[in-house]
Design a protein around this ligand. Sequence first.
Ligand code: MN3
Length: 243
Amino acid sequence: MLASNSLSRRQFVQLSTLAAGAALLPQSASAAAVAPPSLPALPYGYDALEPHIDARTMEIHHGKHHAAYIAGLDAALTKAPELKSAAPSDLLAKIPSIADLSIQTAIRNHGGGHWNHTFFWETLAPAAKSGAPSEKLNAAIVSTFGSMDAFKKAFGEAAAKRFGSGWAWLILQNGKLKITSTPNQDNPLMKGIVPDADLGKPILGLDVWEHAYYLHYQNRRPDYISAWWNIVNWAEVSKRFEA
Ligand code: MN3
């Protein structure tokens, strides 16, 4: 008891010293640094995606899970300050060149988690604002997959078949639409990590980690996938396709 008390007291003193040191940094030093990764505000309320994704799931997913990826990424970047100035997608492309394997893994998992979730929130919208794919995107989907229903079926299968935790993606690869899936927090921007056949520019992604749906859907991942189509932000997906 005594030992643990004195340990926390020592930690407290260390933390206080760090805080005091940080406060003493000259303004110019902090202005020159790139802002650390931070939790993006959602463009809708936690309850706005009900009943397809429940408010409690959104609150924990955004406020706890996404926040934890950011904390993990921030900790990894502290050990690799030369990567701090990289734009988020450039950072993902640099992962294989990170020599220290523990930092490489941390940036792959937490940097991937941060990028994927930021992307995911942006491609969701309340059902009333979900909209429809633009004419160009719709034409590309029909020409690639045969019909919108066939596309949704194939995408849903990729999401349902992802074993364990991961993501299903619609990507643009050499100008063509393609459905892929990645494990964990990997994504199609991770050259040298993800197989070349699955690399491309993500325009739509679905989180199929259990934390994304388990409170409401439990083991019924296919039900979560079907419900999710009601809250896809098609305006944003179309914008990415046409960019
Ligand atoms: Mn998630």
